[in-house]
Design a protein around this ligand. Structure first.
Ligand SMILES: Cc1ncc(COP(=O)(O)O)c(C=O)c1O
Length: 260
């Protein structure tokens, strides 16, 4: 019922539309994850979807209230037909939202939906407070500032320790990733496992993403970067010696999401 195409590849999307004319209801994607959208990609995708009678749905669960107050769509200047938001919307309280074009949203009037917590108002109050604070405390600008320190610091440490063959930095400063790749016969999963073991030992629970928060301080960013400064040489040695398992006190990670 679904087809996948690579991000930033409009030709692949064109090929799918041509292979299944008139069959697609919607194109759904995160407007950005690890990779910045190429110039014209998001608008090109919207134009193509509309030309083929399909809607565009942005999953802004993470990018919303993080990249900018209006999410990735505001940052990149495009307007999808529908979007979903969560997480930052109510600062962790259980609330999510589907929003979009009035004529499409009106379809919900014909759909019966009801749920136990439908009248729950506490999360709405939390959203109101969170969205007010976002503006009054200039939260987004602060997230950018913190994230840019993480980005500059991490990139500098990757270069300093000569780890660019197996470590990388990706994503937007407000939601970024320390990435690992296979190197010297050592798998990215083995490298990641050693990295997680070592970062945990230094007081951080992390899978490599940096979801910077208004609650973070510059001091905490410094501590994170000091931990990277400490761990990167160890990773380098383990990769060079092909001896990751020697350093591991657990089994290496296996992929969580698998295509069946
Ligand atoms: C991009 C993205 N979309 C959707 C979800 C799922 O959201 P929910 O748990 O509100 O269904 C997540 C959860 O982490 C997410 O990161």
């Amino acid at each position: 019922m679904t087809h996948a195409f690579p991000f930033n590849d409009l030709a692949a999307l064109d090929a799918l539309f041509s292979a299944h004319p008139g069959e697609f209801a919607a194109v759904i994607l995160e407007p950005m994850n690890t990779t910045f959208p190429a110039d014209g990609f998001l608008q090109g995708l919207i134009d193509r979807a509309h030309a083929h009678g399909a809607l565009v749905v942005f999953d802004e669960t993470i990018t919303g209230f993080r990249y900018s107050e209006g999410g990735a769509q505001e940052l990149f200047g495009v307007t999808p037909d529908l979007s979903c938001f969560g997480k930052g919307l109510a600062n962790g309280f259980p609330l999510s939202a589907v929003v979009g074009r009035a004529d499409v949203m009106r379809e919900f009037e014909d759909v019966f939906f009801s749920f136990t917590m439908g009248g729950e108002a506490m999360s709405l109050a939390a959203a109101k407070a969170a969205l007010t604070k976002l503006r009054t405390d200039n939260v987004i600008a602060r997230l950018h500032q913190l994230g840019e320190r993480v980005e500059a610091g991490t990139k500098a440490l990757i270069a300093k320790h000569g780890c660019a063959d197996f470590l990388g930095f990706a994503g937007h400063p407000t939601w970024s990733f320390l990435t690992m790749s296979d190197c010297n016969g050592v798998s990215s999963f083995e490298i990641k496992t050693l990295w997680m073991q070592e970062i945990l030992e230094r007081g951080f629970i992390s899978v490599g993403t940096h979801n910077v928060s208004f609650a973070h301080s510059d001091d905490e960013i410094d501590r994170l970067l000091a931990a990277y400064d400490d761990i990167f040489p160890l990773l380098k040695t383990a990769v060079e010696e092909r001896a990751i398992r020697q350093y591991l006190r657990c089994e290496p990670l296996v992929p969580l999401f698998k295509l069946r």
